[in-house]
Design a protein around this ligand. Structure first.
Ligand code: MOS
Length: 682
């Protein structure tokens, strides 16, 4: 139980975030967004903007320098006249102050040849196609047995379509960058991101530099959830602008511009078919997904992949179809794939439980499996049933009346729902160094990112444990591309991947320590690439069970989550204090998904109409009442030296289904389109 090491710095305001770095002589950038949904920039009239005192430069497709690499359409800033979606950055102004930059951006006159954009995702869109693979490398389609026939022949069947809306990551700290070109031609970026090494490599390529000439500094990051997993246009814009004016340039994406430029969760249309025998044993599972990407870059979400691993069934089918619309490119948002996919699968499982007259917990237990169904691989560990049992016990599931609408307290209908949760236990190659200092302390370095997760603290604990030293004597340094190369804080793979490198570096250092440390210190390093390549084949996933109790106002349709409990099996939990926050944070985001969050597309003109937290609702403290997370002891020798699986994303997976299933249990109304707003219950 260790408090966050940088907690004091954060709450006292001394932790420094990207935009706050004190660079000398900084200028400020403001971006201009396309006001048409599709078309061409005809002209950019900068005259009025340039007349404003304090304006230093205007950048657009008419004068921007050519970038060395434009393979990532999202980062190919101002490289063409084409407008691919409304809200795309088409120009920028650099000025002495932020206020001047914003005013000048307003004065810029951009003329367009516009066309009507196609922004509406439909299951019958003529442009739908099968992607080569879905994020990152999964096959788009899988099929085993005779799913259609087996489904038709099943005694109990569910056939339903579920939809989830576009949703946006809304980190507290915006996407922000200070770019500074140094006299020796190197580039320093103070940047808010989920991986300094990734930003370094990507931006070096865009500007045609050797990666060693790009230095990314990001020790503190105020949230990301996937939206900062790759550099966004803000980084390119700041670097381009800084070069143009020969001064450091600061640029933070205002929240209103974030909705078009920093990624979002694709909307989905999902058809689920479950066929079972009378005892609820699944015979057929069919999960067909329709989702969107952009014309700029393909992002095909892996929405149906959890269905490939969760329940046994001899006959199976999953498929993904995408259509490239005139919209911003969807991207990663906390558990991309698992989150919307498990909403649909776990709601369908609830419908099957009702149809078969079987308790929803029991139905899931009955369809558990000790081999990953589609690959046939053994699980390194799988404790879904333990989570379901432990959660039932703690939550008081046994007292739940099976029929919906049975419990009423005054104006409130009250119900309980459950859903399973799963997320892969990924691990990527990493490097780290560990150093014994002459004063008896230790310094451990890795370019890892702490996006508010507690990663720094977990890594310090891992280092101290391996070194057999006091935590107070270990200096954990992260968030800098000058440190050994690290994988991104994504895919819930941070602690497992970074931690392994930290363990190996610390072990190597211990091997070198014998006697006094010389004045220059002693350093050891590690690279875990080989170790990962040598791993035996297992299906590695974390599992969990989500329980929710809701009350639904009979008159207004308002849903309140009264109680929520998640029980997880995620290997060894390194630091219970921050792990619990991670789980609860994910579950809270799941409540938002269930009841509030949706980004509304302007169907006529393009771009999202929801552009701030007044319109895009996320849960606040008053919405989150009795919420708790627990975990079962799980020892898994097939993971990494810590025995840890990831915990960053599993908390959100299944949470929305648990809430929706509780709403059905309370009211008898099955809402299949998120979010479950009052209008959908009346
Ligand atoms: Mo997470 S969406 O893999 O940062």
């Amino acid at each position: 139980m260790t408090d966050r090491l940088e907690g004091r710095e954060k709450v006292t305001g001394t932790a420094r975030y990207a935009f706050e770095y004190p660079v000398r002589n900084a200028a400020y950038a403001a971006a201009v967004q396309a006001s048409v949904g599709k078309g061409q920039v005809r002209s950019v009239d900068a005259e009025a903007a340039l007349r404003l005192p304090g304006v230093l430069a205007v950048l657009s497709c008419e004068n921007a320098p050519e970038l060395s690499d434009t393979s990532d359409g999202e980062l190919a800033l101002f490289q063409s006249r084409t407008v691919s979606f409304r809200g795309q950055f088409v120009a920028a102004v650099v000025a002495e102050t932020l206020e001047t930059a914003r005013e000048a951006a307003r004065l810029l006159r951009v003329e367009y040849a516009g066309e009507a954009p196609d922004v509406r995702l439909r299951a019958d869109h003529p442009g739908l196609y099968k992607p080569d693979k879905v994020n990152p490398v999964f096959p788009a389609d899988t099929e085993q047995g005779e799913p259609e026939k087996a489904f038709a022949d099943s005694a109990v069947r569910v056939d339903a379509v579920y939809t989830t809306p576009a949703e946006h990551n809304n980190p507290m700290e915006p996407h922000a960058t200070i770019a500074q070109w140094n006299e020796d031609g190197t580039l320093t970026l103070y940047d808010s991101n989920q991986g300094a090494s990734t930003v370094q490599a990507t931006i070096a390529k865009v500007f045609g530099l050797d990666p060693s000439r790009v230095h990314v500094v990001s020790p503190h990051v105020g949230g990301g959830f996937g939206s900062k997993g790759m550099p966004r246009p803000n980084v390119v814009l700041a670097a381009m602008a800084a070069r143009a004016v020969g001064r450091p340039v600061k640029f933070a994406v205002p929240r209103q511009q974030m909705f078009a430029t920093t990624g979002y969760r694709t909307p989905t249309i999902q058809r689920l078919r479950l066929g079972a025998d009378e005892d609820g044993r699944l015979n057929a599972i069919l999960h067909e997904v329709t989702e969107q990407t952009s014309t700029v870059k393909e992002f095909a979400e892996q929405t149906a992949t959890p269905t490939r691993i969760l329940y046994q069934a001899p006959h199976r089918l999953t498929s993904h179809r995408v259509v490239a619309l005139d919209v911003p490119t969807p991207s990663w948002m906390r558990a991309p794939g698992e989150t919307p996919g498990m909403y649909a699968l776990e709601t369908a499982m609830d419908e099957l439980a009702v149809a078969a007259g079987i308790d929803p917990v029991e139905l899931r237990v009955r369809n558990d499996t000790d081999r990953e169904p589609e690959s046939g691989l053994p699980f390194s560990s799988r404790n879904l049933v333990a989570c379901l049992r432990e959660g039932s016990e703690r939550f008081g599931w046994a007292g739940r009346a099976p029929e919906p609408g049975a419990r009423r307290e005054g104006r409130k209908f009250v119900g309980m729902g459950v859903a399973a949760s799963t997320y892969p236990a990924y691990q990527r190659p990493n490097q780290a160094t560990a150093r014994a200092e002459p004063d008896g302390t230790f310094t451990v370095r890795i370019a890892a990112a702490d996006i508010g997760t507690g990663a720094r603290t977990a890594l310090a604990l891992i280092a101290a444990e391996t070194l057999k030293e006091d935590l107070a004597d270990v200096r954990m340094e992260i968030g800098d591309s000058a440190f050994p190369r690290a994988s991104v804080a994504g895919g819930s793979a941070g602690t497992a991947g970074w931690g392994t490198a930290v363990v190996r570096a610390c072990e190597a250092l211990r091997g070198k320590l014998n006697g006094a440390v010389p004045p220059g210190g002693i350093e050891a390093s590690a690279d875990t690439g080989e170790e990962l390549r040598a791993r035996a084949e297992y299906a590695r996933h974390a599992f969990g069970a989500q329980f929710a109790e809701v009350e639904v106002d009979a008159d207004t349709g308002e849903v309140r989550v009264r109680r929520m409990l998640g029980v997880f099996a995620a290997g060894r939990i390194i630091n219970p204090t921050t792990a619990r926050s991670q789980f609860i944070g994910g579950m809270t985001m799941g409540v938002g998904m269930a009841l509030m969050e949706q980004s509304v597309m302007d169907r006529e003109f393009g771009d999202y109409l929801t552009r701030d937290l007044a319109q895009y609702h996320v849960p606040v403290c008053a919405d989150i009442r009795d919420i708790d997370a627990a975990w079962v002891e799980e020892s898994d020798p097939h993971l990494n030296p810590m025995g840890a699986k990831g915990i960053g994303e599993i908390g959100i997976v299944g949470a929305a289904a648990a809430v929706g299933n509780a709403v059905h249990h309370a009211t008898g109304i099955r809402v299949r389109d998120l979010p479950i707003t009052p209008a959908r219950l009346l």
